[in-house]
Design a protein around this ligand. Structure first.
Ligand code: HPA
Ligand SMILES: [Zn+2]
Length: 334
C-alpha cells in the first residue's frame, strides 16, 4: 500500500455528509427486493452496478429513490445502518452524522416510526459494540412542498431525542432554501440545529439563502461558493464548514475530473472544509476512497489530510471537549 493510503487508513475521521439510503449496496438492495417482493428494474447485482452512470444530480436521484423502495421493515433500516457502521469501522470513522430522508419512505406508505426506530437502534448498537459515536439529521426533500415538510416535522416531534438537526436535500435547482424558511424556523424553535445542501449544482445565491434564512451551522457541498468572493470571506470569517463530497462531485459531473476539483483551493483559502462520501454505494467508495482519490489527484500533503480530518471533528455537533480529544488523536498520526 502506498504511504499516503496507509496514512489515510490510520487517520481518525468524522463523516458529516452521508445519506443512509445512499449506503444501500447492490447486494443488500437485491436481497431486500427478493425478501420483500418489491420489483426493481434489474435482474442481478451486476446489472444494478452497471446502471450507476449519471450525468447530473437528477439522473442519480431517480435511481436512488427507486432503490430505496426495497426498504420496508424496521429490521431493513437497522440492517442498512448497521452495514454502514461496519464500513465506518473499516475506514476509521470515529464519529458520524447521518442524514436520512423520511419522506422517501412515508410517501410510499412506510410509517415514520419504523424508519427512525430502525436507524436509531443501529446507531445505539454502533456506539455500544463498535465504539462509533453518531448523530442523526432528518432531511426534507426540497422537490416536495412546504406543507409536506411541516407534516414531516410534526411526525418527528415525538422523536426529538433521536435527532440533532434538520437538513435539506434532493433536486437543488428550482428549489431554493427560501422555500423552507418557515419550516426551518419552526425546527429551530423545537431545539433542532440546521444544515442544508447548497451550491452543489445551485448558485452561490442559494448558499446565501441557506445562511441568512435557514441559519445553517454547515453547508453541505457548497463547492460553488468560490464563484462569490464576498461569500468566501463570510464563510472564512464565520468559520462555516463545508461538507464536501469529492467522488460524488465527479460522478454527478459537478467537476469533469478529480484534478479539476476545487477542494485544495478551498482548504488553502482557510475554509473549514471536510471530505465525505455522500452516497458511497452509488459513487464508488466510502470515506477513505474519497480521501485517497482527492489526495492523489490534488497532491494533498499529510498535513493537509490531517487538517481535513481535524476539520471534520471541529465541524461536527459533538462537545468541545470531545472535539479536542479527537483532534489530539489526529495530531498523533503526523
Ligand atoms: O448529493 C446530493 N444532493 C442532493 N440530494 C441528495 N440526496 C442524496 N444525495 C444527494
Ligand atoms: Zn448529499
Amino acid at each position: 500500500m502506498s504511504e499516503i493510503r496507509d496514512f489515510i487508513k490510520k487517520l481518525p475521521k468524522a463523516e458529516l455528509h452521508i445519506h443512509i439510503e445512499g449506503s444501500l449496496e447492490p447486494e443488500l438492495m437485491f436481497k431486500l427486493s427478493k425478501k420483500n417482493a418489491i420489483e426493481i428494474p434489474f435482474k442481478s447485482v451486476e446489472e444494478i452496478r452497471l446502471a450507476y452512470k449519471f450525468n447530473n444530480l437528477q439522473s442519480f436521484l431517480d435511481i436512488y429513490y427507486a432503490g430505496a423502495a426495497v426498504l420496508i421493515t424496521e429490521e431493513d433500516f437497522y440492517d442498512l445502518t448497521w452495514a454502514y457502521l461496519e464500513r465506518c469501522k473499516e475506514n476509521n470513522v470515529l464519529h458520524t452524522e447521518v442524514f436520512y430522508d423520511p419522506q422517501t419512505h412515508t410517501n410510499r406508505g412506510i410509517d415514520f416510526d419504523i424508519v427512525i426506530n430502525g436507524i436509531h437502534r443501529a446507531l445505539v448498537d454502533g456506539k455500544n459494540k463498535l465504539g462509533i459515536s453518531s448523530k442523526l439529521i432528518m432531511c426534507f426533500l426540497r422537490h416536495l412542498d412546504e406543507a409536506d415538510a411541516f407534516t414531516t416535522l410534526e411526525q418527528a416531534s415525538s422523536h426529538l431525542d433521536k435527532i440533532v438537526a434538520v437538513g435539506l436535500d434532493s433536486s437543488e435547482i428550482g428549489h431554493p432554501p427560501s422555500k423552507f424558511e418557515r419550516v426551518f424556523e419552526k425546527a429551530q424553535s423545537m431545539g433542532l440545529l440546521t444544515v442544508a445542501h447548497a451550491g452543489e449544482e445551485g448558485p452561490p445565491a442559494y448558499i446565501w439563502e441557506a445562511l441568512d434564512l435557514l441559519k445553517v451551522s454547515r453547508i453541505d457541498h457548497g463547492v460553488r461558493a468560490l464563484e462569490d468572493e464576498a461569500l468566501v470571506t463570510k464563510l472564512i470569517t464565520e468559520k462555516i464548514p463545508l461538507t464536501i463530497c469529492p467522488l460524488s462531485n465527479i460522478k454527478l459531473c459537478v467537476f469533469k475530473k478529480m484534478s479539476e476539483h476545487n477542494y485544495r483551493k478551498l482548504l488553502k483559502k482557510g475554509l473549514v472544509v471536510t471530505i465525505n462520501s455522500d452516497d458511497p454505494a452509488y459513487f464508488g467508495g466510502y470515506i477513505n476512497q474519497n480521501y485517497i482519490e482527492t489526495a492523489e489527484a490534488l497532491s494533498l500533503s499529510k498535513e493537509e489530510l490531517a487538517l481535513s480530518a481535524k476539520n471534520s471533528f471541529i465541524a461536527s455537533f459533538i462537545s468541545d471537549e470531545q472535539k479536542k480529544i479527537y483532534c489530539d488523536l489526529v495530531d498523533k498520526t503526523l
